[in-house]
Design a protein around this ligand. Sequence first.
Ligand SMILES: Cc1cc2nc3c(=O)[nH]c(=O)nc-3n(C[C@H](O)[C@H](O)[C@H](O)COP(=O)(O)O)c2cc1C
Length: 299
Amino acid sequence: MKILGIVASHRRLGNTEILVKEALMGAEEQGAEVEIMRWTNYEILPCDGLATCLFGGTGCALRDRDDHDYLLHKIYDCDGLIFGAPCYLLEVPAIVRRFIDRLFVLMGSPPPPSMRGKPAAIIIPYATRGWTTYAFLQPNLLLQELGMEVIDRALIHIQAMSESAADQKALERAHNVGSEVANAVKTGDTTYKGEPGVCPVCHDRNIHIFKDNKTVECGLCGIRGTLSIKNGEIKVNFDKEQIPWYRFSRENMYRHFTYEIKPSKDYFMRNWAMLKEKRRKYREYLTIEREPAMPERRG
Ligand SMILES: Cc1cc2nc3c(=O)[nH]c(=O)nc-3n(C[C@H](O)[C@H](O)[C@H](O)COP(=O)(O)O)c2cc1C
């Protein structure tokens, strides 16, 4: 049983690294073989937005120019994953988003079926209470896109740099996350063990209110429902039939690809000659050149 720990923080021996390592110690105690990698040690180029991965039928054009494909296959190769990232300005650092953007390639070549239901857990250290609203959004998105099952999410308050090394409660929480992932691999039981949330799929609490002011949705999972207030308590009543069709479910991904993404290729090809002609005006107007930023600083 291989458990991979990912550290999506630039800071060496910072809280994310310490907590992910503590989780891996927990996994090791359960008999796992563990490995750790820091994403910031690798090159992940930004998606170039040309969609050749989807329409060109040749995979990602950047595949041989950076480490994204290698990092993706490291995830494919593990049996369970501990994903750690610090909270940065309500979310997680940009490297996570950069990795996710490149997952557009999965539309054309989906993850191997063995990824469906593989257990994963998220560890996020943070410093300021009330500044974590979207902390789980990108990690949840990443793991759902890969088809993994998030079995725990630990949002761990740490006051200072590397202070987690001396915070027994934080270390125990992380250790336990690691044991849980290893046990989930062993038993196949991927029941969610984290703090209960509002959405039954991603367990987050970020509810989007539609313009009709009646319908609500989990912004990530796309399942809809209505709100009710009983004895002063807000309840979200999700439509039970929608739950299996959450955004990244196998069924919905097939529907999305077949009826939304794929036809857009034909549409694009049909209109390409006309668009090329129409956009010429914008090529000729105000050409955008790179200018040296703050040249006085660069000497
Ligand atoms: C650029 C930056 C932005 C941050 N934004 C937040 C934030 O929005 N909310 C929060 O609670 N902590 C925030 N923090 C604090 C980190 O989440 C916290 O220090 C964490 O323990 C850092 O983990 P690391 O040591 O692995 O880098 C921020 C830190 C940095 C450097």
